[in-house]
Design a protein around this ligand. Structure first.
Ligand SMILES: C[S@@+](CC[C@H](N)C(=O)[O-])C[C@H]1O[C@@H](n2cnc3c(N)ncnc32)[C@H](O)[C@@H]1O
Length: 415
C-alpha cells in the first residue's frame, strides 16, 4: 500500500528532527558539562580549592574536548542526510541488492512507515526506563528550528554505545556472547550446504541495530537482509557500512556523558576506535538493509511481486522480540515468513519495550514460559534451549553492569 502524503510528511519531519539532534549534540552536552563548572562556583572557596587540587576542572576541560571529538564524528553521519531519499518519492518495495565491486556496500532502502520511528527502548546497561515519548509535532510550513529533547539526546548517546557493541574491538566479547551462539546455530542448521551455495539461502535479521550481526551473516556467505526502523541506527550504520576507508578510522568517546559509577578518569575518557574491520563483502554477496517497521514490512498480506510468506530460510532475532507491542503478532509474522524447513534463532531478554508507555499504545508482557508456550501454539517446535548470560552496551570498565540472563533457542515450523 503506498504511503499517504501525511505519512511521508510525518516521516520527513521525524527524520529532520533526528538530523537536528545529531547537529545539536555538542551544544547540548557542552552545556551539560558547563553546569558542573557553574556548580563549582556555588561551593565554599575552601572546597573549590580542594577540588581544584584533584584536577576536577581539568577533567571538565578534557570532557569538553571529548565532546568536540564526538561532534566531529557525528557530523560525518549527517553530512549528507539525503541518503533516505529526502524529498524524493519513497519507494514501496526494495529489490534484493547484490554487492557490486565498489561501494556502497549496502543500500538502505526507504520503506519507512508512519510508525517506524516513534520509539526506541534502551537495553543499555544503565537504563531500564520505559519512556516512550513523542517529539512535539510541527507542520512543515510553520516549522521552527527543532529543539531536541532529553529523550532524543539519550537515543543519540545510546547510538554511540551501540557503535562500541557492534563495531569496535572492545565490543568483541559482548558480540561473541550474543552473536556467536546465533551464528553457530545458523551454521549448524545449514551444515549440509556447501559454503558456495549459502548465498541461495535467505536470512532475515529484524531489529538489526547497527548491522553487525547481519553483516557477519552475509560474510558467512548467506543472502542476508537486516531490518531496522530507528533513524539513529540507520544513519550510523550507513556511515560504517558505506563510508569506511580503513579500520579504526574514527575515534569516539562514548562514556563522557555521565560521571556516575566510574572507578577512574581513564574510564570516563576512554577513547574507542571504530570500526574494528573494514566492512567489505566478496563480489556477488547478497546483503541489504530495509528501513521500516518489521510488522508492516513482513507482516503485510503477500504481494505477488515480493511474497514474504515462506520466503526466509532463517530468521535471527537478537534482543528483538521484546520490542513487540503484541508478541502474538510478532510470532505469527515470524512463523508466516519462515520457509518450511527453515530455522528461527532467538537470543534475548524480555524487557518489554512498551511496558508503561505514555503514548497509550497497547502492550502485552508475557513471561518466558508464556512466550515459549505461545510460540508452540503458533506452530513452532523449540529446540536447543538454554540461558546465556549477556551484556548489552555495557561499559566494561564501569562500576555498574547489568547482565541479562537471555533466552536462547532455535525453532522450526511444525504446522
Ligand atoms: C535492543 S535493540 C537490538 C539491536 C541488535 N539486534 C543488537 O542485538 O544489537 C532492538 C532494535 O530493534 C529495533 N526495532 C524495534 N522495534 C522495531 C520494529 N517494529 N521494526 C524494526 N525495528 C525495530 C530498534 O530500533 C533497535 O535497534
Amino acid at each position: 500500500m503506498p504511503l499517504s502524503d501525511a505519512d511521508i510528511e510525518e516521516e520527513q519531519r521525524h527524520f529532520s528532527n533526528v538530523v537536528a539532534t545529531f547537529r545539536k549534540y555538542s551544544s547540548y552536552h557542552l552545556a551539560a558539562n558547563n553546569r558542573r563548572r557553574k556548580d563549582l562556583f556555588t561551593l565554599p572557596q575552601a572546597d573549590q580549592v580542594l577540588l581544584d587540587q584533584l584536577g576536577y576542572k581539568t577533567k571538565l576541560d578534557e570532557v569538553d574536548k571529548a565532546i568536540s571529538a564526538n561532534e566531529q564524528f557525528l557530523n560525518q553521519i549527517v553530512v549528507d542526510p539525503e541518503i533516505f531519499g529526502g524529498d524524493e518519492e519513497v519507494p514501496e518495495e526494495e529489490d534484493e541488492a547484490t554487492v557490486p565491486d565498489s561501494s556502497p556496500l549496502v543500500d538502505t532502502i526507504s520503506q519507512i512507515s508512519q510508525s517506524s520511528h516513534s520509539h526506541s527502548h534502551s537495553h543499555s546497561s544503565h537504563s531500564h526506563s520505559h519512556s516512550h515519548s513523542h517529539s512535539p509535532s510541527h507542520s512543515h510550513s510553520s516549522r521552527k528550528e527543532y529543539k531536541p529533547t532529553a529523550f532524543d539526546m539519550d537515543k543519540l548517546r545510546s547510538t554511540l554505545k551501540q557503535l562500541v557493541r557492534d563495531w569496535s574491538a572492545e565490543g568483541r566479547e559482548e558480540r561473541e556472547t550474543s552473536y556467536g551462539p546465533m551464528k553457530e546455530a545458523l551454521l549448524a542448521h545449514f551444515s549440509d550446504i556447501p559454503e558456495e551455495e549459502r548465498r541461495n539461502f535467505r536470512v532475515l535479521v529484524p531489529g538489526s541495530g547497527l548491522g553487525r550481526l547481519a553483516y557477519d551473516v552475509a560474510s558467512l556467505g548467506f543472502a542476508c537482509q537486516g531490518n531496522e526502523f530507528s533513524h539513529y541506527m540507520l544513519l550510523a550504520s550507513f556511515l560504517i557500512l558505506n563510508k569506511t576507508e580503513r579500520p579504526n578510522m574514527h575515534t569516539i568517546y562514548p562514556y563522557v556523558h555521565s560521571f556516575s559509577n566510574l572507578p577512574d578518569r581513564a574510564s570516563l575518557l576512554r577513547a574507542i576506535t571504530i570500526p574494528d574491520v573494514e566492512p567489505t563483502l566478496p563480489r556477488g554477496s547478497v546483503f541489504s538493509l530495509v528501513a521500516g517497521d518489521f510488522e508492516e514490512i513482513y507482516g503485510k498480506e503477500s504481494d505477488p511481486n515480493e511474497p514474504q510468506a515462506g520466503l526466509w530460510d532463517a530468521i535471527m532475532t537478537c534482543f528483538f522480540i521484546d520490542t513487540a507491542k503484541n508478541i502474538v503478532n510478532y510470532l505469527r509474522v515470524i512463523h508466516k515468513i519462515l520457509a518450511p524447513g527453515g530455522v528461527w534463532i532467538n537470543l534475548g531478554p524480555l524487557l518489554w519495550h512498551w511496558e508503561d508507555n505514555n503514548t497509550n499504545d497497547p502492550s502485552v508482557e508475557l513471561d518466558l514460559v508464556e512466550v515459549k508456550q505461545l510460540a508452540r501454539m503458533v506452530g513452532f517446535e523449540i529446540e536447543n534451549e538454554r540461558t546465556i548470560d549477556a551484556t548489552y552496551t555495557t561499559n566494561s570498565r564501569g562500576m555498574l553492569g547489568y547482565t541479562y540472563r537471555t533466552a536462547f533457542w532455535t525453532a522450526k515450523k511444525i504446522i
